[in-house]
Write a protein that binds this ligand. Structure first.
Ligand code: NAD
Ligand code: ZN
Length: 256
């Protein structure tokens, strides 16, 4: 394992690895979006570090937990709508566009990869997307605007217009089963790459954090780009330590 903490060296290592790779998969976590103004999960001061998450079982069991979850969704919405993709999102979209990267696997729920131009068939959102909602029973969609109107009119957590089931933001909460199709897509993409780049994740949330390990087991080169040490630095081939935007910026310029 090589740790690189000098910016120009990190840029050179990333550029060389990408240029020499056959097929790249990029895996992202909350750290890629902090430079877009969205706090991450574990750094001090992050909005999640101040409040316990609402667990899936509590959402199912308790109206109070559902209302708390909805209020947090509405609060976060403003933040997500005003955030803009940064240099790293743009560089990664460029790698997809040029065919160098096959897929982006993300733990993020902020929708910034879509907005930077990664098409749906190249994007795997393991933890869903906070910009929409849906019925947990029949899957019928509900917009956040509709959910808000329902909640404000009734004082209760919104219920499905078709079947009366519980409606929830389309994110995977702690304790909620992972989406089967997205997990399958991520497994296939991981198995097919020869360079796996894990960006902005502390690599502690499983099963998502299993993908870098699986890529390495399959013989891919594993690169971790992150400011702080991660759980998997020891198994990585390269650890590029520093701010994500600046490390990716030259790739972004190259793709513009
Ligand atoms: P995490 O908060 O556990 O780890 C983020 C890592 O990124 C940290 O190690 C931190 O050092 C690093 N980092 C932050 N800003 C950086 C920067 N500018 N440059 C370099 N490194 C930087 O995040 P995680 O591993 O993705 O796990 C958090 C979970 O919470 C995920 O499952 C995700 O679904 C959810 N979440 C999503 C968002 C989002 O959608 N943007 C935000 C917070 C949490
Ligand atoms: Zn329904």
């Amino acid at each position: 394992m090589a740790i690189v903490d000098d910016l120009s060296e990190a840029r050179a290592v990333l550029g060389d690895l990408v240029a020499g790779a056959g097929r790249v998969v990029v895996f992202t976590g909350a750290g890629i979006s902090t430079e877009s103004g969205i706090p991450d999960f574990r750094s001090p001061g992050g909005i999640w570090s101040q409040r316990e998450p609402v667990y899936y079982d509590d959402f199912l069991a308790s109206e109070e937990a559902r209302l708390e979850d909805w209020h947090r969704r509405f609060d976060m919405r403003r933040l997500l709508e005003t955030a803009r993709p940064n240099a790293a999102h743009r560089a990664i979209a460029g790698l997809i566009k040029s065919g160098i990267a096959s897929h982006v696997i993300t733990q993020n729920i902020d929708g910034l990869h879509q907005r930077s131009g990664v098409p749906d068939d190249r994007l795997i959102e393991l933890h869903g997307n906070a910009t929409t909602a849906g019925c947990l029973d029949c899957g019928a969609p509900m917009t956040l605007d509709e959910a808000r109107v329902e909640l404000e009119a009734s004082g209760h957590a919104p219920r499905c217009f078709s079947c009366g089931g519980l409606v929830k933001a389309r994110v995977i909460s702690f304790g909620q089963p992972m989406p089967v199709r997205e997990m399958e897509r991520a497994e296939i993409a991981t198995g097919d790459c020869d360079l796996f780049v894990a960006v902005g994740s502390s690599l502690v949330v499983y099963p998502a954090a299993g993908f870098p390990l699986a890529a390495k087991r399959n013989g891919a080169t594993l690169v971790i780009v992150n400011r702080d040490p991660t759980e998997q630095d020891q198994v990585a081939d390269y650890v590029l330590r520093g701010a994500i935007g600046p490390i990716f910026e030259p790739l972004s310029v190259g793709e513009a």
